[in-house]
Design a protein around this ligand. Structure first.
Ligand code: GLA
Length: 389
């Protein structure tokens, strides 16, 4: 793989030294739409992700090329043109991160020739954009010798670029998982203070299975921002009666006490999801630590119901995948993962039930939705790293 990419790099940009970075995608096991509410999340990095090859230039030109969109050719821009433009397409992500580094006071005086290749299915909700952002951050750190920049900084500035450059008010989960992942472990992250623990995911007789709905997110970004502001509105109302900083500070009991202060019913619903999902995440991690995998699965199922009914981010495609999964033998738990509005589901499935799962969920999905879903058994990989030879 790497040799082929190096060959491509040479074809497009000529001979010479290149720096190589790999940054993974992620899947979130539980804790959805909690990361901008100061709650907990439980994602893991995957072994699929983004390869980035780059070389420093002697001028201020930036050239970007993606093997995935070969026909689109090389995008040429410069360090003096770091503003979001629709026609810049995927290059808005790396450009945003270069801009973010500059905003944070790091001088980037030279341009770069960049080639990327990703094997995360596009628009699947497995964080191909965060993966690209983290790859860019680590590339800048490596190439410009910013030794003081930590992997947490890279995650934070990737999020900053996504928020301020690309206009999606996402939380920190995706970039954090791509930057900080650990092989065979999920990350139990408290988004209120970024403290985290690695929790081994040792499923002796089961697998983590991703089903991709192949429904593109479409309007998802604006709906995402809308959900976020509904939660903020609920928080403001609650703050009139209780001094909290985040919805994540509430338990089920305290939420019941204060929910009367929330004026709009829709915001009660959104806040209830944020609060209970956070509590479920705490319980799920405890369950996994005690090897109570059945309980973990039940909490995943409850998470989906809450995302479907209270948060309303699932849609017929994700609901079909999950509801069909629930009917299958050997399914420990199944839920949508990521932002929703399309994208993927994550399921924990007994080893000997995987083939049947793929056949029966696949068939029912195609019959109902009209196009097929894709299925992947995934491995939990490491966070972004430099590929040294
Ligand atoms: C997207 C965002 C994350 C998080 C999830 C929902 O993936 O980028 O920050 O909010 O949605 O849990």
């Amino acid at each position: 793989m790497l040799q082929e990419l190096k060959q491509k790099f040479k074809e497009y940009y000529g001979d010479g030294q290149v720096e190589c970075i790999f940054s993974p995608g992620r899947v979130n096991l539980i804790g959805e739409h909690t990361d901008y509410n100061g709650g907990h999340v439980f994602p893991c990095a995957l072994t699929i992700g983004t390869y980035m090859l780059a070389r420093k230039r002697e001028d201020r030109t930036l050239r970007f090329f993606s093997v995935n969109f070969e026909k689109a050719g090389v995008f040429v821009t410069s360090l003096d043109e770091l503003t979001w433009k629709k026609e810049d397409r995927w290059t808005n992500y790396p450009k945003g991160v270069i801009w973010a580094f500059q905003q944070k006071g790091f001088e980037i005086n030279y341009g770069m020739d960049v080639l990327v290749y990703g094997n995360i299915p596009n628009g699947s909700g497995l964080s191909s954009s965060a993966s690209l952002e983290v790859a860019t951050g680590l590339m800048l750190k490596t190439m410009f010798g910013f030794d003081q920049v930590t992997m947490t900084d890279i995650a934070l500035w990737g999020q900053y670029a996504e928020n301020r450059y690309n206009g999606v008010n996402c939380g920190i989960m995706d970039q954090f998982a791509c930057a900080m992942g650990k092989e065979g472990h999920a990350i139990f992250l408290d988004t209120a203070d970024l403290s985290y623990q690695y929790v081994p995911v040792q499923l002796t007789d089961a697998k983590v299975l991703i089903a991709c709905s192949n429904k593109k997110r479409g309007l998802g970004d604006s709906k995402y921002n809308e959900r976020r502001s509904e939660c903020e509105e609920a928080l403001k109302d609650i703050q009139k009666v209780m001094p909290i900083k985040n919805l994540g500070e509430l338990t089920e009991e305290t939420f019941e006490q204060v929910k009367g202060a929330i004026r709009r019913p829709i915001c009660v619903q959104r806040a209830r999801h944020a609060v209970l999902e956070n509590q479920r995440t705490l319980q799920a991690v405890e369950a996994l630590n005690k090897n109570e995998i059945e309980l973990f699965g039940r909490l995943m199922n409850e998470s989906h119901v809450s995302l479907r009914d209270d948060y309303e981010v699932t849609g017929v495609e994700l609901d079909t995948l999950v509801e069909e999964a629930w009917k299958c033998e050997g399914v420990i738990g199944s839920r949508m993962t990521g932002a929703g509005f399309g994208g993927c589901t994550v399921s924990i499935v007994k080893n000997d039930a995987v083939d049947n799962f793929i056949a029966s969920v696949g068939k029912a999905y195609e019959e109902k939705i009209g196009y097929p879903a894709d299925f992947y058994v995934v491995d939990i990989g490491a966070g972004a790293y430099r590929i040294e030879e």
